[in-house]
Each structure stands twice: as C-alpha cells, then as structure tokens.
Design a protein around this ligand. Structure first.
Ligand code: HEC
Ligand code: HEC
Ligand code: HEC
Ligand code: HEC
Ligand code: HEC
Length: 166
C-alpha cells in the first residue's frame, strides 16, 4: 500500500515535470543561437542602422539576415580571442553560412510582407519592440491574427481574409 503511494507520487511528479518542461519550451521567445549576437552593442553602442544588416526590409517580403561576409567587414579587425568572434571566424574559414534560429515564425498559411509596412512608415520597433536594447533578440508581439487586425483596424488597412490568407 505504502509502496503504491510512492509510485503514485513519482508518476505525478514526472508528469508535472514534463508539463513544466514543455511549457518552458513553448514559452521560449529567445531561442539559443549559434553565435551570441548582441543587438545592443551593434545598434545602441556602435550606432548601426537596422537596414544595414536587414537590408531587404523595404524591398521584399522578408527583412533578411546579414551574411558572414558582412560581419567580417568589421570583425577582421576586432579582437579574435573573444568567444563569439572565435565561432564567427570558424564559419568564415569554413565558408559556411550561419544557421540562425528563427525568433519569429508565422504559420505558412499567413502572407506577410515587410515592404508594405516599412513603406507605410511603420517603425521596426512598433512590431519588434526595442531591439536596440536587446542583448538577445526576442519576440515581444504575439503575431496572432488579433494583433495584425488590431493595427489594420486603427490604420484603416485592408482586413479582407485574402489579404493575409492567399
Ligand atoms: C550588425 C548587424 C545587425 C544590426 C545592425 C541589426 N541586426 Fe537584427 N539581427 C542580426 C542578426 C545576426 C540576427 C540573427 C541572430 C539573432 O536572432 O539574434 C538578427 C535578428 C533580428 C531579429 C529576429 C529575427 C527572427 O529570427 O525572427 C529581429 C526582429 C531583428 N534582428 C531586428 C533588428 C532591428 C529592429 C534592428 C535595428 C534596431 C536590428 N535588428 C539591427 C543582425 C543585426
Ligand atoms: C560595423 C562593424 C561591425 C559589424 C558589421 C558587425 N560587428 Fe560585431 N562588433 C563590432 C564591434 C566594434 C564590436 C565590439 C568590439 C569587441 O568586442 O571586440 C563587436 C562585437 C561583437 C561580438 C562580441 C560581443 C561581446 O559579447 O563582447 C560578437 C559575437 C559580434 N560582434 C558578432 C557579430 C556578428 C555575428 C556580425 C554579423 C551578423 C557582426 N558582429 C557584425 C563591430 C561590428
Ligand atoms: C508590421 C509589423 C512589422 C514591422 C514594421 C517590421 N517587422 Fe520584421 N517581422 C514581422 C513579422 C510578422 C515577422 C515574421 C514573418 C514570418 O515569420 O514570415 C517578422 C520577421 C522579421 C525578421 C526575420 C525574418 C525575415 O524577414 O528576415 C527580421 C530579421 C525582421 N523581421 C526585421 C525587421 C526590421 C529590421 C524591421 C524594420 C526595418 C522590421 N522587421 C519591421 C513584423 C514586422
Ligand atoms: C502596426 C500596424 C500593423 C501591424 C501590427 C500589421 N500591419 Fe499589415 N498593414 C498595416 C498598414 C498600415 C498597411 C497598409 C500599407 C499600405 O497602405 O500600403 C498594411 C498592409 C498589409 C498587407 C498588404 C495589403 C495589400 O493590400 O496587399 C498585408 C498582406 C498585411 N498588412 C499583413 C499583415 C499581417 C499578416 C500582420 C500580422 C502578422 C500585419 N499585417 C500586422 C499595418 C500593420
Ligand atoms: C491582417 C492579417 C489577417 C487577416 C486580414 C486575416 N487573418 Fe486569419 N490569421 C492571421 C494570422 C497572423 C494568423 C496566425 C495566427 C497564429 O499563428 O496564432 C491567422 C490565423 C487564422 C486561422 C487559423 C486559426 C487560428 O486562429 O490560428 C484561421 C482559420 C483564419 N486566420 C481565418 C481568417 C478569416 C476567415 C479571415 C477573414 C475574416 C482572416 N483570417 C483574416 C492574419 C490575418
């Protein structure tokens, strides 16, 4: 009897543990990256423009991520001993692209385009938050349908279903 009770508690704790683990994974808004890239250093301290690295934002559906070559434009000349830079140099020497983990990822059945929004004068920060202060890029907006529609309502932007579901 006592022993069964023990197993019961063990199973209960195991299930709670798994539940918490899955919850924590789903709640992760700042995934682990191959290189600990720090926006604050590059944007706030070094005064770099967002579009210097995300250069397609005003021309394409995607904003785009910078190539290793672009990073190396500066990092050929910085302290090569820093841990993050050592990883960067490894990619450069191997001529391999960095596979960044996506922070934002809409489902495939949703159509989104950066170009329209940037050309309408909406700031990156309106949707992405104060990236210039982030040491790790994280998602601050839900990107749910209600979030999109809320602004489309306010800004009198199209709300027909086929606008976002092609
Ligand atoms: C020196 C280059 C550089 C500059 C400047 C820069 N970024 Fe980034 N950004 C990156 C890199 C590299 C990543 C991918 C790694 C990461 O997610 O941290 C990234 C990731 C992001 C992401 C997450 C992308 C995803 O996976 O969903 C957003 C949003 C973003 N940047 C917005 C901005 C904004 C807004 C600015 C200006 C305030 C900016 N970035 C300036 C290099 C840059
Ligand atoms: C315009 C020049 C410039 C560009 C482009 C640039 N960086 Fe930097 N980065 C710097 C400078 C300057 C520092 C600070 C100097 C130092 O720490 O040695 C720095 C610091 C870093 C650090 C060290 C951060 C720390 O914790 O100290 C990493 C890692 C890094 N950059 C990665 C990248 C990656 C990856 C890219 C391309 C997506 C990139 N940088 C593009 C200039 C640049
Ligand atoms: C109207 C809201 C909005 C604005 C404004 C906006 N973004 Fe985004 N951004 C998004 C959404 C939504 C996604 C996810 C797209 C997906 O998963 O298909 C995203 C994804 C990204 C990504 C990762 C995927 C990609 O497109 O490369 C980067 C990097 C990014 N944004 C940077 C920026 C920068 C830099 C600016 C300003 C120049 C900006 N964004 C302005 C909503 C916005
Ligand atoms: C902060 C405000 C804001 C947010 C958030 C926002 N939008 Fe928009 N969106 C606009 C505005 C304003 C326009 C109209 C731009 C124009 O007039 O060219 C627009 C236009 C569009 C268009 C082009 C419409 C067309 O006729 O081609 C699409 C597609 C779109 N948005 C999708 C989305 C999706 C998907 C989301 C959420 C993931 C989203 N938007 C979030 C403000 C926003
Ligand atoms: C401004 C952009 C936008 C418009 C307009 C829009 N949707 Fe969506 N819709 C989204 C986004 C973004 C998602 C993904 C939500 C998520 O990932 O949680 C979505 C998800 C959905 C889903 C999947 C279920 C869910 O809630 O995740 C359905 C069904 C749907 N939309 C139907 C519609 C219908 C019907 C209309 C017209 C009345 C419409 N949508 C108009 C952006 C839009």
């Amino acid at each position: 009897m006592k022993r069964r009770f023990g197993i019961g508690i063990f199973l209960f704790l195991l299930i709670v543990g798994i539940g918490l683990f899955i919850g924590a994974q789903r709640g992760t808004t700042a995934p682990e990256q191959p290189i600990p890239f720090n926006h604050q250093i590059h944007v706030q301290n070094l005064k770099m423009e967002c579009m210097y690295c995300h250069s397609f934002a005003d021309r394409s559906t995607v904003a785009g991520l910078p190539s290793v070559r672009k990073c190396m434009g500066c990092h050929k000349y910085t302290d090569p001993k820093k841990p993050g830079i050592q990883i960067l140099l490894q990619y450069w020497n191997d001529q391999k692209p960095i596979e960044w983990t996506k922070v934002h990822d809409l489902p495939d059945f949703v159509y989104f385009s950066h170009k329209r929004h940037i050309r309408a004068g909406i700031q990156c920060q309106t949707c992405h938050g104060p990236v210039q202060e982030m040491t790790v890029a994280k998602k601050v907006s839900s990107l749910g349908m209600g979030w999109c529609l809320n602004c489309h309502n306010q800004r009198k932007a199209p709300r027909e279903c086929w606008t976002c579901h092609k």
